[in-house]
Write a protein of this length. Structure first.
Lengths: 229, 456
């Protein structure tokens, strides 16, 4: 795997922020129910946590730009899976793009904000690439990633997240993988393309649910639908 | 109002036949089509995005299911695929009308059925653009595209059977529609029965009759008969699916009798054989459209009720089991094989028939109507549904059918299809019926249930 401290650091900072956000979500309802002195303390704590959350966001962003310079400026350029498979730091690029894809997918599905581990995503990519061998087949690699990222819990939610969000994890993963496999033309609007992938995955969510992480059926699914995005 | 094509059909960055199979392009082009018609007609439309995506995905599945391998069939498949698209648009109905212009002329198809008009325009425009791009072919639309009577028939018939949209699109495009099996692209497919090669045509004179007949014909007859000698169920069989009318009971005969009579009463001369060839196993919309085509008159709404009433009366008096059926069921039971009925009849007619025949006890929850599924025969839906309900895989299923539509459905479902020609009414057209069933996929044909053998 590409030797960089940024992924575990980003995961840790995001995890902390996530925990803080979850904590605030847990605290907020209490503010209405508690008597006055306690309520004031909780409100101050909520405010303090918001400040910490904002600082963490800034820190994460600064670190990302300073330590990990892969070009593309503040907006990382999308690379399709066949390109990433040949890239020296394909695992890290994949992880960042997967983060982008997954967070947008969950937003499209109107779910809670997920916690996406770039470290686990990068590991999944690297392991899939090793298993794929010298001349990897993009479809086979995509299948491996879809199955592994699901089984490795690359995406998580807090305890307070809705059931709807958790149920959508396989759907969002498929949407993201379709995005990586889709044929694109020069100057393609990647966000619009990702939205189309989300629409397809959402429309086929029952089928994705029935696939239930089965490798062979995942491959059939991707083979059938990647070409029609 | 002319069928205005949106500019996007001229400006696709890839061949149109590929572009239309990309959801991005499909959405953009459909929205563009809606836009140009809205501008021209003054109709205000809303597009349901989820239904539009559903339309596309269902169409892609249907497209891939019958896509021919042969290059020669590609041209014909363009027309068929556009019909599949129209069918799915009607089923999913992604458009809705918010408002019509004041005092609009409702005899104009664009105002009579605005949603249907857009769907037809889109499918015809894409069809024409692909034929032009790939085959340098210019389209010539039929005058029926502006005929309100045709649009009325179109709307009524696809309301009962959406697959007829495929036939109507052919009609609008100036092609000859297939009203019998519109959702089956078999025209350009290879025959499913491979007969042995025979020598060059020569004639022989039989001593007894003094008539000449072609040796080729003789060999074909013998080859077909030889193949029918081995009428054994496959070893993997776990479930036998039986059509009701024409296999289990003589209901199809009675229904076709009444249908033939009623078509003649409506002013269209048709024989029993032609009625059977055209409408056996087909939904009621098919003869209604046939009558409308031949007479120029739309069938009245009470046509269906009138036909149903007459058929039920015949059932009450004359419905009976095909000889040999019950011993056949005994044979299946003795070998621990499951069985069920899969009928294209409406549920109430099936229920009535099961009661009249005294079969309900023998088929507890084991009879399925086409009303239980999205599409009736020749689609495979009914067979797959029945197998799923009973818990048997398609590859372990045998289907026994008397109609070409049922045969086609069984073959598409990847089950083992067996034709049945033991219905006494069709004895005089046995050879042609056997040939038709083979063409649609029958592995062999039974003259009687007693011919079935079982593996050791």
């Amino acid at each position: 795997m590409t030797n960089t401290p940024i992924l575990p650091l980003k995961d840790a900072l995001r995890g902390l922020r996530f925990g803080l956000q979850s904590g605030r979500e847990t605290l907020r309802p209490l503010q209405q129910d508690l008597p006055a002195p306690l309520r004031d303390i909780v409100q101050k704590l909520d405010g303090a946590m918001e400040s910490v959350t904002i600082d963490i966001d800034k820190a994460t962003s600064k670190l990302a730009h300073r330590i990990l310079d892969l070009g593309g400026g503040s907006r990382l350029e999308m690379q399709s899976l066949p390109v990433l498979m040949k890239h020296d730091t394909g695992d890290v690029l994949f992880a960042q793009l997967a983060y982008r894809g997954l967070t947008r997918a969950f937003a499209d599905f109107e779910c809670d904000k997920p916690l996406v581990s770039e470290l686990l995503a990068a590991r999944a990519f690297e392991d899939a690439k090793k298993r794929a061998g010298i001349d990897p087949d993009p479809l086979e690699m995509a299948t491996d990633l879809a199955v592994t990222m699901r089984s490795q819990s690359v995406v998580r939610f807090t305890h307070s997240a809705s059931d709807k969000s958790t149920i959508q994890i396989p759907v969002a993963l498929m949407a993201m993988i379709l995005w990586f496999l889709a044929e694109r033309s020069v100057g393609e609007d990647e966000d619009a393309l990702l939205d189309v992938c989300c629409e397809v995955a959402h429309a086929l969510s029952d089928q994705i649910g029935e696939i239930d992480g089965d490798r062979a059926e995942t491959r059939v699914f991707l083979d059938q639908y990647a070409g029609c995005i | 109002m002319p069928l205005i094509a949106p500019d996007i059909l001229e400006s696709a960055q890839q061949p149109l036949r590929q572009a239309v199979r990309r959801l991005r392009w499909f959405k953009a082009s459909f929205r563009a089509q809606v836009g140009v018609i809205a501008q021209e007609s003054g109709v205000d439309f809303t597009i349901d995005s989820e239904r539009l995506v559903e339309t596309f995905l269902e169409w892609i599945r249907a497209f891939e299911a019958q896509k021919p391998k042969s290059e020669k069939a590609r041209h014909d498949y363009v027309g068929f695929a556009s019909g599949l698209m129209l069918r799915q648009m009607i089923k999913s109905n992604p458009l809705s009308v918010q408002s019509l212009p004041k005092d609009c002329d409702e005899t104009n198809p664009a105002y009579f059925w605005p949603e249907g008009y857009v769907y037809v325009a889109y499918c015809l425009n894409v069809r024409g653009a692909i034929l032009d791009q790939d085959f340098n072919e210019n389209r010539h639309l039929s005058p029926s595209i502006e005929d309100l009577r045709t649009w009325w028939s179109f709307k009524e018939n696809v309301g009962e059977n959406a697959s007829l949209a495929i036939s109507f699109l052919d009609l609008f495009a100036g092609e000859t529609p297939d009203w019998n099996f519109p959702s089956v692209f078999y025209k350009a497919s290879e025959p499913t029965v491979k007969l042995p090669r025979y020598p060059a045509r020569k004639t022989v004179t039989t001593v007894a009759t003094g008539k000449e007949r072609s040796v080729k014909t003789q060999f074909l007859h013998l080859a077909a008969a030889a193949q029918d000698q081995q009428k054994c169920l496959p070893r993997e069989t776990r479930l036998v699916l039986l059509d009701l009318d024409g296999v289990v009971a003589n209901g199809e005969t009675l229904a076709l009798d009444e249908l033939c009579q009623i078509i003649n009463e409506y002013g269209v001369a048709i024989s029993h054989e032609d009625t059977r060839n055209r409408f056996m196993g087909r939904p009621t919309a098919a003869p209604m459209t046939f009558i409308a085509e031949k007479t120029g008159q739309i069938c009245p709404n009470h046509f269906v009720d009138e036909l149903e009433g007459r058929v039920l009366k015949r059932f009450n008096n004359e419905l009976s089991l095909i000889p040999g059926f019950e011993p056949f069921l005994d044979s299946l039971e003795s070998r621990n094989l499951e069985y069920c009925i899969t009928s294209g009849s409406p549920a109430h007619r099936l229920e009535s028939a099961m009661t009249l025949l005294g079969l309900k006890q023998r088929f507890p929850h084991r009879y399925f109507s086409a009303e239980n599924v999205a599409e009736g025969k020749p689609a495979p839906d009914l067979f797959l549904h029945a197998a799923s309900e009973i818990g048997v895989l398609p590859q372990n299923c045998v289907v026994i059918e008397a109609s070409a539509a049922g045969m086609q459905g069984a073959a598409t479902a990847k089950m083992f299809p067996i034709g049945f020609v033991g219905n006494s009414h069709i004895a005089n057209v046995l050879a042609s019926q056997r040939k038709l069933l083979r063409q649609q996929g029958a592995q062999f044909c039974l003259n009687a249930f007693s011919e079935v053998s079982f593996p050791d």
